[in-house]
Design a protein around this ligand. Sequence first.
Ligand SMILES: [Zn+2]
Length: 625
Amino acid sequence: MFVLLAVTTLALQQPVADTSPFRALTLPTPTRVRSSGGAPGPEYWQQEASYTIRATLDTGPSLLTGTETIHYINHSPDALAFVWVQIEQNIFSKASITYQLNQPPLHFAGGAVFDFTGKGFIGGITIDHFASGGNELVRTEYGTMMRVELPAPLAPGAAIDFDVAWRFPVPPYGGGRMGRIGNRLYEFGQWYPRLVVYDDVNGWNPLPYIGAGEFYLEYGDYDVTLTLPAGYLVAATGTVQNPTEVWSPTIRQRIEQATTATERVQVVTKAEATANGAHPAAGTKSWHLTATNVRDFAWAASPEFRWDASGWNGIQINTFYRPTAAPWEEANRMARFTIQHFSETWATYPWPHATTVEGLIEGMEYPMLTFVPSIAKREDQFWVLMHEFGHQWFPMIVGSDERRYPWMDEGFNTFIDYGAAEGYFKGTAYGDTVRRELLTAFRVSAIPGNEQPLITKPVEQRDLAWGAYQKPALMLTVLRDQVLGRETFERAMREYVRRWKFKHPQPADFFRTFANVSGRDLDWFWREWVFTTARLDQAADSVRAVGSDSTYVFLSNRAQMVLPLTLQLRFADGTNETRLLPVEMWYLEDRFTARFATPKPVVAVVVDPTASLPDMNRANNRWGR
Ligand SMILES: [Zn+2]
């Protein structure tokens, strides 16, 4: 007895790992900054960076020269001895990781190509001056990042102004997210030195700009003056402050008309754009723009823009395009539908205008402004135009860390995009089936051994289209349709947007918001979809009639992923019935006996009868005839 007891005690002391798929997810400990319920805590803080920029574009050598004042407020509880600054034009310098690796372009389905090397273009930014209070600051460049020593530690609550002067040659066609076509069209993103985010999770976030990972940026206000040849029209983040100096009376009158127009008003017609492009105007013009509470500023300019505008809910909807871009005749209608759809579904668009520019960039988003190519196929044109506008919600309104978590940016956006595509093409074969692309993508892309968890950093992802875009969209579709139901899902998603609007959420904030708002433990779901590459194989093993009024259906879960199970019962009399079994069916083991009280003989059962799940083996989903 004594011996036996000793053995038992020893056995009890051996640590046994909890391998249940339902074990708790390990999340960072909640703080006063990020609460256990997923909302910003009572001591939530984030830094503030506001910019006053004056830049001049010389279209001869295509050189952009600027001066900039950065007003930086330290809302953190820490004294900062130095700051990190992003100088992303250096992606085109020989010192950049991108140049050293000479990495091949990123290819996406549909033929979009992002060549971040600029097809071998050597450029980069020259910082002529980086000072504070008249004193030049010590700085060290590391490719696209620069560390700047402060004259004295910046105390919590204190602010500092940096005075910067810089210049760079504008990369030609192929520059990934920005660039130009000769001197006929310029699209500017990542163009001025910007403060790196300092947050409560990582401190500074100076992850290099390599290409695939986009941007994690502070919110602030912008006051920007752009000087360029007089014949160029500018489209930009922000509101034009000197309309009488930059727009003709005719343009101003048409813009006014567009404010309440449900269909496009042609602010600059095709004939006018063509004529403008053929006759360069002499001299230069300065455009003064301001923007409030945005995380970046982008702009585009061309002497031959067509410009359509309409209005929705006080928001000016603008589409700028070259006379050659025939598919863009419909772009304004697409843009207006998109802004309305996302506003009504997720959160009201918060800025005075939503503008998209047709050109060389295959698709890129900045606050209030997107860059989109002209695409012949109508569905694809809508998709890219709408997708880039979807980014106004993720990550322009909800400012997550794109350089680490593309699934919270591209992924959430791709999910909401399917709703917009279903709406715009409602009643067509495309509109009614477009979401099923996600299951096709699963079959093509979820290759065991190659697939990586969603949490993988974008620059480490072998299949970014799947890992950053489609899989997260499939994940949220499954969560909405199979786990939570539409109403509960949308309530949680809207609450996440409301809580983190103009803030910096982390993955745990998203998980905790969903758990708290939906009232459901979803740790198992996030583990499967975000942190692992678990696969699904639900199976119908057999069916047995028990007595005269019961049927037992024997089901099994043959792979790692657990999900609720939808079961269709087919009866001898030709009728059928569908039951949704909750995920708790897999609590005890990976086999489950579903018992149904029914006097009607069951002749067949089908698991996932609508084929809505990424089940890796559908051959075992059916029992009977
Ligand atoms: Zn995107």
